[in-house]
Design a protein around this ligand. Structure first.
Ligand code: RP5
Length: 167
């Protein structure tokens, strides 16, 4: 069974199709680790009713984490978090006008009471949000724990095996 043919445990959502270039890095990591996930475009300001429905049904559909990427005035992660108890991991997408500083500050500066875990701007943030979601699931999913451990070991071996930058 592939990760995409079982009920999703992680939702990847983004404010626009234009965010996919960034958010595909989260999907790739979850795919590699065998974490069942879904991908949706849900816009806080263009499709607010879809956002409310997505967030309010997330827990009952079995989602254990939502990775939310948005750029500019990036209110998607905070609005999702306001409507669900499922942990929201925010990814600031690199915007054209302000290089993602706007996205980062919009996501990270949540007032006390509704937390959003915030990751780095861009591709690294998307990949790390997926690794973080997998680490959350790994506590009670031995296959995800094993995949994560293997990924980290491979990464360590790759660096240790190529430690002379001239080669
Ligand atoms: C945000 O506005 C999206 O998350 C995206 O990063 C940004 C630009 O959206 P598009 O104009 O490319 O659809 O809502």
């Amino acid at each position: 069974m592939t990760a995409s043919s079982v009920p999703p445990k992680v939702g990847i959502v983004m404010g626009s199709r234009s965010d996919w270039d960034t958010m595909q890095h989260a999907a790739q990591k979850l795919e590699q680790l065998g974490v069942p996930h879904e991908v949706r475009v849900v816009s806080a300001h263009r499709t607010p009713d879809v956002l409310f429905e997505y967030a309010s049904s997330a827990q009952s559909r079995g989602l254990r984490a939502i990775i939310a990427g948005a750029g500019g005035a990036a209110h998607l992660p905070g609005m999702l978090a306001s409507k669900t108890a499922v942990p929201v991991l925010g990814v600031p997408v690199q915007s054209k006008a302000l290089n993602g500083m706007d996205s980062l500050l919009s996501i990270v500066q949540m007032p006390a009471g509704i937390p959003v875990a915030t990751f780095a701007i861009g591709n690294a943030g998307a990949a790390n949000a997926a690794l973080f979601a997998a680490a959350m699931l790994a506590f009670d999913d031995p296959s995800v724990a094993a995949a994560l451990a293997e990924f980290r070991q491979r990464q360590t071996d790759d660096v240790a095996g190529n430690d002379d930058p001239r080669r």
